[in-house]
Design a protein around this ligand. Structure first.
Ligand code: GCU
Length: 614
């Protein structure tokens, strides 16, 4: 019945004007029944966006009838005289997920539009069910069309989004056409300049998700930050028409079977008291099987219960002070290069961090794929997740703020049930200004309202203390808004040489924990020489030795995440024979070879862990 009403509606308001509805994000597609659309998709490189604009540069989709020239119609000639100047099925194919830069040599530096097309048949298991197409990520702007109709557009290269296709789905010959444009934009998030490769494309999984007509759209189940015997939760059921719904939350190991009813908006809350909870921790990453059951479906998740708070200059996990032995990580695959996206990619990086002696990772500078946080949950690895508000964002542009807030909301929606995620980072190394302080303060306020259970930080600006160039401090106004003071410092690399570390001390006046979010030095794997010679492994090793001595003097220091676990691609790094397009500050080369400094940090962390144990 519903389908017919919608169909009539579409006919009345024109066949190509489906609303740009980014349906509320589907929770936990990780554990849902889904049909993967991963594999080889046909693609067309379209630098002039000839498949989107007519020759007068007007969008085809704004025309009453788009015409065969619009690539999203996936047209074929109707007879041998017919003019169609493209053909997806005769075009080359490319793997999804995967960036195009490292899959096709001709696309290595390409920044522009590429069209993807995937055809498929689909049989719904029950006629009243609903079907969504879910993207784990696509960089940067993604216009989605299904069977010739525009579903919507998404901006941001690192967060999931989905669109409903129920009313347009056929049993046979469906076609999904995706326009991906990775051109950097001044008003973008991130903006034009970054120190990482602008990998374009559908860079993570794509899947079809079938749900009952009334489905479990969202849930957030966590420990009460102020009472660790209480589990609080909220469940949202998306029902058509909106009606109250009965829901059960079942945690067998705690003998919990909580029934609740949603209000007519579909939202229901609950609290459960239990004195038997085994808290999630680094040493004991205990995850409970949690079943969320509605009249029409049930979803299973694995959730850890823990608290994370600050207490003066301490960070407390479950009420106990913890030192974060970290490392910063970019999302590049050690297995095949380019954007990482698979479980195996996540395992490679997190096991390397574990081998380094880490209990904490800073996922820089954007949300990584969901495998990273799911695996961190299992391994007992604490996680800093970061919004790509990086360097010189357009602070006064409303659309830029809306984009930054939307990307942050999407990663919080995806990961809010992950115990390993303890810090939401608002930004990285952003120059201070009134507009920047307003922008970041608004973002922090939004984050606290959306998720009051985690800590907020950002890589702040550091400076000389009262003009004394031998004493450093934090007088960044945004320091008042964050729970944890973080900053990047490069004494010995960008700021003097490693010996300078001996002359510097730190005087931080805020009574908050300090996490140094970056320090490091570049070294070409296999280049050996004196510790005075920049780019040798010995220079990098020496910088680590000197830096660790310097920062170990900072009383409020509660951890750090040196820059960076693995060498990563960057168009900014062009020194021949040394960089060749790679940022060489990795402790490990892009081929997985450990440098000398890896072992300096590993030994420091081993001694740190022993000191805490004793
Ligand atoms: C900055 C920045 C990193 C960058 C690093 C470097 O602190 O946060 O993204 O790669 O320094 O210069 O190598």
């Amino acid at each position: 019945m519903k389908k017919h009403i919608t169909l009539i509606l579409i006919l009345c308001i024109g066949i190509n004007t489906l609303p740009y509805a980014q349906e509320n994000l589907l929770i936990n597609t990780y554990n849902r029944e889904t049909k993967s659309l991963n594999g080889y998709w046909h693609y067309i490189v379209d630098p002039y966006e000839n498949g989107f604009y007519n020759y007068r540069y007007e969008p085809f989709e704004n025309q009453k009838v788009p015409g065969k020239g619009a690539f999203f119609t996936n047209s074929k000639p109707e007879n041998k005289a017919d003019l169609v100047e493209y053909d997806f099925d005769k075009s080359d194919s490319i793997r999804v997920p995967g960036d195009w830069n490292t899959q096709k040599e001709k696309l290595f530096y390409y920044e522009g539009t590429i069209w993807y097309k995937k055809s498929f048949d689909y049989q719904v298991s029950k006629k009243e069910n609903r079907v969504f197409v879910y993207f784990e990520a696509s960089n940067y702007q993604t216009d989605v069309y299904f069977n010739g109709k525009k579903l919507g557009v998404h901006r941001g290269g690192f967060t999931p989004f989905n669109f409903e296709i129920t009313d347009l789905l056929k049993e046979k010959d469906n076609f999904l056409v995706i326009k991906v444009d990775n051109k950097r934009k001044k008003e973008g998030v991130p903006t034009l300049n970054t120190d990482w490769w602008n990998y374009g494309g559908i860079t993570r999984d794509v899947k079809l998700v079938e749900t009952p007509s009334n489905y479990i759209q969202d849930y957030f189940i966590h420990l009460d930050p102020n009472d660790n015997t209480k589990i609080l939760g909220q469940v949202t059921i998306n029902a058509i028409p909106k009606t109250t719904q009965k829901v059960e939350v079942i945690i067998p190991e705690l003998n919990i079977n909580k029934s609740l009813e949603t209000n007519k908006e579909g939202v229901g809350s609950f609290e459960i008291v239990s004195d038997k909870i085994q808290y999630w921790s680094v040493k004991n990453p205990n995850l409970y099987k949690v079943t969320i059951k509605s009249n029409d479906e049930e979803i299973i998740d694995q959730i850890g219960f823990r608290t994370i708070k600050t207490n003066g200059s301490k960070i407390e996990l479950n009420g106990e002070n913890i030192f974060l032995r970290g490392i910063s990580i970019h999302e590049e695959s050690l297995l095949h290069g380019g954007r990482g996206s698979t479980k195996e990619d996540a395992e490679q990086l997190l096991l390397l961090a574990k081998e380094l002696g880490c209990n904490y990772v800073r996922l820089a500078h954007y949300p990584h794929n969901e495998h990273m946080v799911r695996l961190a949950d299992k391994m007992g690895m604490l996680v800093w997740e970061e919004n790509p508000v990086y360097w010189t964002i357009m602070w006064e542009n409303q659309e830029t703020y809306a984009n930054a807030q939307n990307q942050l909301s999407e990663v919080i929606n995806r990961d809010k049930n992950r115990a390993s995620v303890i810090i939401w980072s608002m930004a990285n190394e952003t120059p201070t200004s009134d507009a920047r302080n307003v922008f970041l303060t608004k973002l922090a306020k939004y984050t606290r309202e959306k998720d009051p259970t985690r800590l907020i930080s950002a890589a702040l600006e550091q400076s000389d203390y009262k003009e004394n160039k031998f004493v450093r401090t934090i007088n960044d106004p945004f320091a008042d808004q964050v729970d944890i003071l973080s900053f990047n410092q490069y004494i010995g690399w960008y700021d003097g040489l490693p010996e300078k570390c001996e002359t510097i001390s730190w005087k931080i006046e805020q009574d908050k924990p300090i996490l140094i979010s970056e320090f490091g030095a570049g070294a070409k794997k296999g280049l050996y020489g004196s510790k005075e010679e920049r780019w040798t492994e010995e220079f990098q090793e020496h910088l680590y030795t000197e830096t660790l001595k310097m920062i170990d003097q900072i009383d409020q220091l509660q951890g750090f995440s040196p820059w960076v676990l693995v060498d990563f691609r960057s168009p900014r790094r062009v020194l021949p024979e040394i960089q060749d397009g790679w940022n060489r500050k990795g402790l490990v080369s892009e081929k997985g070879k450990k440098k000398k400094a890896f072992f300096v940090l590993k030994s420091f962390y081993e001694n740190k862990e022993k000191a805490v144990k004793n």
